[in-house]
Design a protein around this ligand. Structure first.
Ligand code: TYD
Length: 402
């Protein structure tokens, strides 16, 4: 099977089995067959990018009712407001134009719009586009590809910055993406994108970062090679302490010198052998061990009569629940703040998703923390639960309870 990015051979290092789509929350009375995808992780011998063996059906994944909402985390909202400031500081032309691919509910672009800067958000999820528009953002329901890029350029002119957060890794066909970037970007402009970082996934064994939407797990090594294949260069890289560890990549095609960080991060990846089969197989063995340990902890909690509930019905939780075989018997409910998820059951594992109890007496004894990437924000919110002796089960960076 060839690499979706460069066509070279790929090698499998992890098989998480048949998994439903991570955000396919459904009604409890829906008995129709659930779509499933065999989640296998591969590494490319050529461009080194880590990828899934097969892509999911994009129309089923990013549909009009797509439930993920950027603004569901206060920390992420602050991150994107700060990002907007950074982008604005990098604008140099008199009447700049900023495009965001996968603009979701407009959290980032709202801060660009507030400054009166020309912008456009492109996202296939109609409900999120509506929400962005209601915040004063110029956004459209569309897929980003060469045709969308050409239409956008005809209407608005070239983009100074094309930005994407947790979106480029969703798109298996990078050729279409790069054709679009080539068409839409002003010659001296930059493409800036961020997403979950392979180095952090290996370090934390955060195997729940692997699900249908995260088709690629990028690294600086892979992005530098992919960019070169398409006439771009990786000119800057920055580690972000959000979503469990991400890298932000800056690409340009105007011959500018890369920042020293690019070589530093690539050298670290190389030194740690992050793309070597030996290292990836160690990771795979750690994933298998973690499944057994997490199940043991949950079973023990259940046996001792404690009430356990899930904290946040994240996309990532779908991998954990289905890979570890956790269903309503071990975890009767997951609480989540997203209205679109509440009242539904989780994909594959069919655990009810409910709003957090307003009556503190209804709180469980123990929370299984699926929103581990938002730990600081969640712990600050749940002081009362903690002070009362509430327990947390975590599975990243290792399985522990307390
Ligand atoms: P996130 O890690 O961004 O999800 P994903 O794995 O899909 O990328 O977490 C977002 C989800 O977590 C969303 O369903 C809302 C929920 N959530 C809470 O319920 N409470 C909280 O305090 C936070 C921060 C998130």
């Amino acid at each position: 099977m060839p690499c979706r990015s460069c066509g070279a051979e790929v090698t499998q290092f992890l098989d998480l089995g048949l998994q439903p789509l991570a955000n396919a929350f459904r009604r409890a009375d829906d008995t129709s067959a659930e779509f499933r995808l065999r989640l296998r992780s591969m590494v490319c011998d050529g461009c080194k990018v880590v990828q899934l063996a097969e892509p999911g059906p994009a129309e089923r994944m990013f549909h009009a009712g797509y439930p993920f909402r950027t603004s569901s985390s206060a920390r992420m909202s602050a991150h994107f407001t700060a990002t907007a400031e950074r982008l604005v500081a990098g604008l140099t032309t008199p009447d700049p134009f900023v495009v965001e691919i996968g603009s979701n509910d407009g959290t980032m672009l709202a801060a660009i719009a507030d400054r009166g800067i020309r912008h456009l958000g492109i996202d296939p999820a109609a409900s999120m586009v509506r929400e962005a528009i209601s915040r004063g953002v110029n956004a459209r329901v569309d897929w980003f590809d060469a045709a969308t890029a050409a239409r956008t350029r005809n209407e608005f002119g070239p983009a100074d910055i094309i930005y994407a957060a947790n979106t480029i890794c969703h798109i298996p066909d990078l050729h279409t993406v790069f054709k679009g970037l080539e068409t839409l970007l002003y010659d001296g402009g930059v493409v800036i994108f961020e997403g979950p970082y392979l180095g952090d996934v290996l370090r934390l064994v955060s195997f729940d970062q692997i699900y249908d939407e995260h088709f690629y797990l990028f690294s600086a090594t892979a992005v530098a090679r992919i960019a070169n294949l398409h006439g771009f260069a990786l000119v800057d890289v920055e580690h972000l302490d959000v979503h469990g560890g991400e890298l932000r990549y800056t690409l340009a095609r105007d011959g500018r010198a890369p920042s020293p960080d690019v070589a530093t991060v690539i050298a670290t990846e190389d030194r740690e052998g992050q793309h070597s089969l030996a290292r990836l197989e160690v990771f795979a063995a750690e994933v298998v061990a973690r499944r057994a340990r997490l199940r043991d902890v949950l079973v023990e909690e259940h046996r001792s009569g404690r009430r356990v509930a899930g904290y946040a019905a994240t996309g990532k939780s779908t991998t954990v629940l289905n890979y570890c075989g956790i269903g309503p018997d071990l975890l009767p409910v997951i609480y989540d703040t997203t209205p679109e998820k509440q009242g539904l059951v989780t994909p594959g594992s069919h655990i009810p998703v409910e709003p957090f109890p307003t009556d503190f007496g209804a709180y469980p004894d123990t929370f299984l923390l699926f929103g581990w990437n938002h730990t600081d924000e969640i712990l600050a919110k749940e002081r009362k639960f903690i002070d009362r002796g509430g327990r947390w089960i975590r599975y990243v960076p290792d399985v522990r309870i307390g």
